[in-house]
Design a protein around this ligand. Structure first.
Ligand SMILES: C[S@@+](CC[C@H](N)C(=O)[O-])C[C@H]1O[C@@H](n2cnc3c(N)ncnc32)[C@H](O)[C@@H]1O
Length: 259
């Protein structure tokens, strides 16, 4: 599969057509629903930042696969002053440089290498599961490990399946066991893992019936923005609460690792 997939070409096309949270988010669900999903992500990310207990104003931070810069913006709002935004596409690297003149923005493929440096924090949200080639997936962890200062943290999202990996053309949901192995092989210690979503995102880590139920629940959001807004607003408080209390989820989760 990996030989026929050109990640840079795919993302240049996708972001070139739709450079928005919708373009980097969940394709079929519309802008309104995606906006509500991003609010959950923001809430979880702020919790993670608090838990890391790092001096954010002094930290040297690298965000990988920044896309529209959603997390770069959250970092700026949290008081970060030294952030490097990055993306595999020129489209995003150029737009990020414009949007965040106070920071750096670079074009890079994380599997080929990341800026030399001693980062205190590296983040990669909804990026690594788009690396379909396993050797390149492992290379990404090794490169990130090398870019961190001793004790530095790496925070990323993935689907961490409690079942065999699921391979699509432009995305691989890897098993928890495979991901833990890749993380540890790079040298990281795993600190924690928690849900990014519980009900708002497709339950890829559950059986076919759960997926069917979720499709029915979100069906209207695919039909109109009004429905997307209504369903998104209804599910948002549920996920805000559930992501706080649940340890596992049937969908995307966030892992924190330490060098
Ligand atoms: C699903 S989007 C997520 C964007 C952003 N992190 C967010 O959560 O809003 C994935 C992003 O990763 C970028 N990307 C994909 N593969 C990459 C790679 N190998 N190295 C760096 N960036 C990559 C894409 O261009 C895209 O902007």
């Amino acid at each position: 599969v990996s030989e026929t997939f050109d990640a840079r070409e795919y993302w240049e096309q996708r972001l070139g057509k739709e450079y928005s949270l919708h373009g980097v988010g969940f394709g079929g669900l519309g802008q309104s629903y995606n906006r509500w999903m991003y609010r959950v992500r923001a809430a979880v990310f702020r919790r993670v930042l608090r838990e890391l207990r790092i001096d954010i104003a002094r930290a040297k931070i690298l965000d990988i696969g920044s896309g529209t810069g959603f997390y770069v913006d959250l970092l700026a709002r949290a008081g970060a002053r030294d952030v490097t935004a990055s993306d595999i596409t020129q489209v995003a690297a150029d737009a990020l440089a414009q949007r965040f003149p106070q920071f750096r923005a670079v074009r890079l493929d994380v599997s080929d290498g990341v800026p030399e440096g001693t980062f205190d924090l590296v983040t990669a949200f909804d990026v690594l599961f788009h690396i379909v080639d396993d050797a390149r997936y492992n290379a990404a962890f090794a490169n990130i490990y090398a870019s961190l200062a001793p004790g530095g943290r790496f925070v990323f999202s993935d689907n961490f399946l409690h079942r065999p990996s699921q391979r699509l053309k432009h995305q691989v949901s890897r098993s928890l066991a495979d991901i833990e192995q890749a993380v540890r092989a790079a040298g990281f210690a795993i600190e924690s893992r928690r849900p990014m979503f519980v009900v708002m995102n497709a339950p890829v880590d559950a059986d076919a019936r759960a997926l069917e139920r979720w499709r029915r629940l979100t069906r209207r959001a695919r039909e109109s923005e009004r429905w997307g807004s209504f369903i998104g607003a209804s599910l948002y408080p549920i996920d805000r609460a559930l992501t706080r209390v649940m340890r596992e989820s049937p969908t995307t989760e966030v892992m924190i690792c330490r060098k």
